[in-house]
Design a binder for this molecule. Structure first.
Ligand SMILES: Nc1ncnc2c1ncn2[C@@H]1O[C@H](COP(=O)(O)OP(=O)(O)OP(=O)(O)O)[C@@H](O)[C@H]1O
Length: 239
């Protein structure tokens, strides 16, 4: 359902991503890991068609996101790294706007907004401007927008970044629930998150793919410890 085929992105001589190839099959929840600046967001933006790859192809449900983005986007929900846009809108106004932009009928719009408000637990904040919401609620508003059109595929860029432990629990619970019916690629820095949710891990470092396999297989790279495995594969000393 999600295919990265030789994706590279060059900014001048700098490669933010280089020849990244992996795929996520129907119903899988795959964690996309890597240190700061490894190229996770860049790869996700190429997969979703937000930026054009310098080389390679991103496909969502079989659609090349450079040639067939509208079709691909019908099946894709994307939570970008910095949460939802339109800070001056309320969640209700934003969801209505996106429902209309996607051509939903009045009845469909009402049903879908009710459904995502329930899934993301937004009923208490529907009339507050998004800019005034806590980070956890902003993240949930972003998620509700990504889910509005009932996509089969979700690409979530660090959905739990900067949240307090209670908010993290809430978002993880939502993700687990969603993973029962959807194909999900989720970027994170939190290794416990990987253990708690993912069936597979794709790890990149300095723009290159360095591991693609099971969580247990990854652990073996660190003598059974995930933190050590992450360190061994990325040599990140930046602490
Ligand atoms: N528009 C751009 N112009 C130049 N360099 C860029 C641009 N966008 C990203 N980069 C660089 O590409 C590299 C990869 O960035 P990216 O945001 O994809 O990393 P990341 O793995 O998502 O990092 P983080 O975990 O910190 O969010 C970084 O060195 C970043 O500075």
């Amino acid at each position: 359902m999600i295919e990265a085929i030789g994706l590279s992105k060059f900014y001048g001589p700098f490669a933010a991503a280089r020849d990244v190839t992996f795929s996520v099959g129907e119903g899988e929840l795959v964690a996309f890991l890597g240190p700061n600046g490894a190229g996770k967001s860049t790869t996700m933006k190429m997969l979703t068609g937000y930026i054009a790859p310098s080389e390679g192809i991103g496909r969502i449900a079989g659609h090349n996101m450079m040639e067939d983005r509208i079709e691909g986007s019908r099946q894709l929900g994307y939570l970008p790294e910095n949460g939802p846009l339109y800070p001056e809108m309320t969640p209700l106004a934003m969801l209505s706007f996106f429902a209309e932009a996607r051509g939903m009928s009045t009845a469909q719009k009402k049903d879908r907004i009710e459904a995502v408000v329930e899934i993301c637990d937004l009923s208490t904040v529907m009339y507050k401007p998004i800019s005034k919401l806590s980070k956890g609620f902003k993240q949930r508003v972003g998620m509700s927008q990504a889910l509005l059109h009932e996509p089969d595929v979700l690409i979530m860029d660090e959905p739990t970044a900067g949240l307090d432990p209670n908010q993290v629990r809430g978002v993880r619970k939502t993700m687990r629930r969603l993973s029962e019916t959807k194909t999900i690629l989720l970027s994170t820095h939190i290794l416990q998150e990987v253990e708690a949710m993912a069936s597979r891990v794709v790890l990149i470092n300095e723009g290159r793919l360095v591991y693609d396999g099971s969580v247990d297989g990854l652990r073996e790279h660190g003598g059974s410890d995930l933190d050590d495995a992450f360190h061994a594969l990325t040599h990140d000393e930046a602490v």
